[in-house]
Design a protein around this ligand. Sequence first.
Ligand SMILES: [Zn+2]
Ligand SMILES: [Zn+2]
Length: 125
Amino acid sequence: MKYYGSCLCGSVSFEINGVIEQVIHCHCDMCKKSHGAAFASFGVVAQDAFQWIGQEAIGIFNSSPDTQRTFCKKCGSPLQWHKSGDSFGEGKISFSLGLLDTPFTPNEELNFFKERKAKWYLAHE
Ligand SMILES: [Zn+2]
Ligand SMILES: [Zn+2]
């Protein structure tokens, strides 16, 4: 499979040559702030399946010592989430699903930190 994605202003773009292995909606407090939204939606892919096309505007923020979040320095779109030395994240990268330009329908989705779900988000159980 081949997928394309880009940020809001188009300065950052990427392609994925492979399978989007998981869809994760993360309701943790850091994802809320980082995305300015009720939760962050990520696709998980093998790191070597993910290739930047345009990358001159990529900024990096370490939200924890071992966690990197990347974003577009021009428009602020959150790009990726990556935790080093994590058994879950080993060799994987999580990218913001909202950036996808290629249609994609997963078979299933996972919700992380459901107990932290924003009180002002009424949908979903
Ligand atoms: Zn941008
Ligand atoms: Zn999170």
